[in-house]
Design a protein around this ligand. Structure first.
Ligand code: UDP
Length: 327
């Protein structure tokens, strides 16, 4: 199979590349390296099935050709991470919406009907006080123009773009709402909690818990996420649908911090920081974010294999190896 991955040097994209190369597929990655990293692709360099283009999805001149070549497209290119979004909302709006529209137009005009995954996010559920989210739930967004929600709004626009193209041109598109994903290659620079806490614990630094740490999240190992995406793309009943992807085991951020300290045998204290100090402004944090996975399970039978403790132990070990190499 020919697989095109936009944003393929990023965290999830690089795991998709690894999975498909291991399956004997041809993999073409395009990435502008704005948040993705060449390090994530190191393992595949020189692999005969692997090709990489460093280009911005908004301007890449080989896009039409690559789209026509592909049997499967994962559109993962996006500006992500709440800190990044607050820093550069203009880039978020452009990349996340025009990039998706450009891909969809290329697919439609290519006349060939590849399987397509469009990455959306649990952020689209917005500032909703519910404790778990199903695809049929209403979306609640503050109307006061807070830029913190720019990412959710662009991804919602992407979803509607995808549904419009899927309906009008009968394209084989699945929109996936990705809940918190963790695993190797994820970095903490843009605010992601697990890589930040693991790095802090391994270095015996204080773990920076935002607010009181009572907010909860449900973390899915990326090695499970890519299995779910692969299953959904190949599932005709999922085409034209939106599907939550994640793991529904839930933990509070405070308990997560304590668990990481414990698994690391670290002396790190927990350091509680106000949202204003953490993000430089008042911030609407989502209290709970747990996926309802009935639709994913009904369509694919998917069950995650990685438990949170296994993923954390793996990440802690990798962080230790990285530190030893740097020393
Ligand atoms: N968080 C934290 N310390 C950090 C980074 C994040 O306490 O150093 C909190 C953050 O406020 C949120 C949760 O951890 O409640 C998950 O944050 P992340 O940015 O990883 O994911 P998201 O908020 O998008 O679910």
């Amino acid at each position: 199979m020919h697989v095109l991955i936009t944003g393929g040097a990023g965290f999830i994209g690089s795991h998709l590349a690894e999975r498909h190369l291991a399956q004997g597929d041809q993999v073409y990655v395009v990435d502008n390296l704005s948040t993705g990293s060449l390090n994530n692709l190191d393992a595949f360099r020189g692999h005969p099935g692997f090709r990489f283009a460093e280009a911005d999805i908004l301007e890449w001149d080989a896009l039409d050709q690559a789209v026509a070549w592909a049997d499967r497209i994962y559109h993962m290119a996006a500006v992500v991470g709440v800190k990044k979004v607050l820093e550069d909302p203009v880039a978020v709006m452009a990349t996340n919406m025009s990039g998706t529209e450009r891909i969809l137009r290329a697919i439609q005009s290519g006349g060939w009907n590849p399987q397509v995954i469009i990455a959306s996010t649990s952020e689209v559920y917005g500032f909703n006080e519910k404790d778990s989210f199903a695809e049929t739930d209403h979306i609640v967004l503050p109307s006061a123009g807070r830029l913190r929600w720019a990412y959710a709004v662009t991804k919602l626009a992407d979803e509607f773009l995808a549904f419009s193209y899927a309906r009008k041109y009968k394209l084989n598109i699945v929109v996936v709402r990705l809940f918190n994903t963790i695993g190797p290659n994820q970095v903490g620079h843009y605010g992601m909690v697990v890589p930040s806490f693991v790095r802090q614990a391994v270095q015996n630094d204080p773990l920076t818990v935002y607010g009181e740490g009572r907010q909860t999240r449900s973390f899915c190992d990326v090695r499970d996420t890519v299995v779910a995406l692969d299953m959904l793309a190949a599932c005709p009943a999922a085409w034209g649908e939106v599907v939550n992807v994640g793991n529904d085991q839930e933990i509070s951020i405070r308990d997560l911090a304590e668990l990481i300290v414990q698994r690391t045998h670290s002396t790190s204290p927990l350091h509680f920081i106000s949202y204003k100090d953490a993000y430089g402004e008042e911030f609407d944090d989502v209290t709970h974010r747990r996926p309802v996975l009935n639709k994913l399970r009904a369509l694919t039978g998917f069950m995650p294999e990685w438990g949170l403790r296994d993923t954390l132990d793996d990440l802690i070990e990798r962080e230790r190896v990285k530190n030893r190499r740097a020393a």
